[in-house]
Design a protein around this ligand. Structure first.
Ligand SMILES: Nc1nc2c(c(=O)[nH]1)N[C@H]1C(S)=C(S)[C@@H](COP(=O)(O)O)O[C@H]1N2
Ligand SMILES: [Mo]
Length: 544
């Protein structure tokens, strides 16, 4: 093949890949726009991402959470988009040989999205529409762009020959036509994509207005005031109440459900329910509300990890509601031992009925730290049960409560290898000094939090370099359902040191030092922080 011919062919290939990418953009943009008419989970990228999340083995998921933390979702979505880009470029190259084949691959990708969307919990046939529309748009766009690119130059074509369009060496390539088409495709995609984003920001303006319009009634039973001295205010220590903006978020939702409180209902039904209930948001707010400080923890929290927070929740006592529905706990002859909460996005969480009805403050929460629940934390209504990990109790975007048995039904995470029942384990964390902090020799405030929800924290101890356990000073006790701050004044000597912490719960049980991973029912072990204490007068000495 002569030089000019291969140069033209190379350019054609490049433009083919560009055509594929542009067709991919068009497909995604159209899908995004159509998704607005269906529901956010039906968007092809979200649907594929969700389907991947559902099927990812638990060990891989744990690895991803460890690796990327709460950015794991962004990493997954970026991966899907990159893969999509690769396939789109390949489809563009294929379209140079056969427009029909390239278009078929583009449409095939839409089909993959449609299948993923249909496989999601709570899906309906409608969920396939955005992906199919996107696939069709991509296929059509690629066909048109490939048409403009024409056929490959025939073998033996003279170097300076003119193609059918008259351009020298361009053969059948309609460069102007291609360029014009490309610009309009990209502009159209950007417009459609932006419009979709604006209109579709999950539930859109309605939900935002709905949340802004919620007037939380004052609690019939306010929370006990936080005792003076529960918040030690040591620099670097987690505050006693975690602000909503800093509260950890753990869920499988690739798009945060934004619900309109007016359309929200909760259905309570199932085994042993003699009076099934359906409640609206207003009916819920009309009931006497209680306010409680409760620390929520995630089972995926590694020793020393960030997935724990303490908030002031406002909500309806769940046990009262269940009693009104005729529910009796198993200890009083009730047939159901599991309460399965289901969210609008199809998540299921199973909680022991006995626990919910044993007198603790299990809530259907509507407020968090003085405002309606943030969307990311379950607006309009979520569950909170002190003493249980979130995955067996804290359903966000709640929609249904069904009474059944553990024998008859496995909830989402139980099907993926996590324990059926999971009480929060006693844990403690060193917040300050941070890992590998460089400290100045002399007095150092070592401080952190400890939690053992519904048993309470009685004592906290710290030790240095595996030495004797020294009692730390616990902050004033708030209650058994909240974490407790602690502080220990350390006279730091120069050199490298390891600090460790352990707590004793309200039953007198000392936190175990046996290291266990988060699977299947929560990590154990002592949090350890290594620091470096500089010689006095050394230039590198800092305070933290
Ligand atoms: N609908 C729904 N609710 C959910 C989850 C979820 O994935 N979907 N995750 C649960 C888990 S594992 C935890 S730890 C808590 C976290 O609540 P937060 O994000 O408000 O901190 O929510 C629980 N409720
Ligand atoms: Mo969790």
């Amino acid at each position: 093949m002569d030089a000019a011919r291969s140069a033209v062919e190379r350019r054609r290939r490049r433009l083919g890949a560009v055509a594929g990418l542009a067709a991919g953009c068009a497909g995604l943009a159209v899908a995004e726009l159509v998704t607005v008419l269906v529901r956010p989970e039906a968007g092809p990228v979200t649907a594929v991402g969700g389907a991947v999340v559902d099927r990812t083995p638990t060990v891989v998921k744990e690895w991803a959470v460890r690796q990327f933390g709460t950015a794991d979702k962004a990493v997954l979505l970026a991966g899907i988009v990159l893969l999509l880009a690769g396939v789109a470029a390949a489809a563009g190259l294929l379209a140079l040989r056969s427009r029909a084949a390239g278009a078929a691959v583009a449409f095939g990708f839409g089909l993959v999205g449609a299948v993923a969307a249909l496989s999601r919990p709570e899906s309906s046939a409608l969920d396939a529409v955005p992906s199919l529309a996107g696939g069709a748009a991509a296929a059509g766009t690629l066909f048109l762009l490939a048409t403009a690119l024409g056929r490959p130059p025939p073998e033996g074509w003279p170097e300076d020959a003119r193609g059918p369009t008259g351009a020298r060496g361009a053969w059948a390539l309609d460069r102007r036509g291609f360029g014009r088409l490309l610009v309009s495709v990209l502009a159209g995609s950007a417009a459609a994509g932006l419009a979709g984003r604006r209109l579709g920001a999950y539930g859109s303006a309605d939900a935002t207005a709905s949340r802004a319009g919620v007037q939380l009634p004052p609690p019939a039973v306010p929370a006990r005031p936080v005792p003076a001295g529960a918040d030690l205010k040591v620099p670097g220590l987690s505050p006693f109440l975690t602000p909503n903006a800093d509260f950890y978020r753990v869920d499988t939702a690739l798009v945060v459900p934004r619900l309109d409180a007016d359309g929200w209902t909760l259905r309570i039904h199932g085994e042993g329910v003699t009076r099934p209930l359906t409640l609206g948001f207003r009916e819920l707010l009309a009931r006497p509300l209680v306010e409680r400080d409760i620390t929520l923890a995630c089972v995926s929290n590694e020793v020393g990890g960030p997935y724990v927070g303490n908030a002031r929740w406002l909500g309806v006592p769940l046990a009262d509601l269940l009693r009104e529905a005729g529910v009796r706990p198993p200890s009083r002859g009730g047939p159901a031992d599991q309460l399965v909460a289901r969210s609008v996005d199809g998540m299921t969480l199973g909680t022991p009925v006995e626990t919910v009805m044993d007198g603790r403050d299990a809530l259907l929460a509507v407020g968090m730290n003085g405002e309606p629940l943030p969307f990311a934390h379950g607006f309009p209504v979520r569950m909170v049960v002190p003493g249980l990990y979130g995955y067996v109790s804290a359903c966000k975007w709640l929609r249904e409560l069904r009474l059944t048995t553990f024998a008859a039904y496995d909830a989402y995470w139980v099907r993926r290898g996590w324990a059926e029942r999971a009480l929060v384990k006693t844990q403690s964390r060193i917040d300050t000094p941070g890992p590998f902090a460089r400290l100045a020799a002399g007095p150092v405030m070592v401080a952190g939090v400890a939690w053992a929800q519904h048993r309470g924290v009685e004592a906290v101890e710290v030790r240095v370099d595996g030495g004797r356990w020294e009692p730390a000073r616990p902050a004033a006790a708030d209650g058994v359902d909240t974490w407790r701050q602690w502080v220990w004044r350390w006279d730091a000597a120069p050199g490298g040191h390891t600090l460790e912490v352990r707590a004793t719960d309200g039953t007198g049980a000392v936190q175990t030092g046996t290291r266990q991973g988060v699977l299947p029912d929560g990590a154990t072990g002592w949090h350890r922080v290594t620091v470096d204490v500089a010689e006095p007068g050394s230039a590198s000495a800092g305070t933290r």
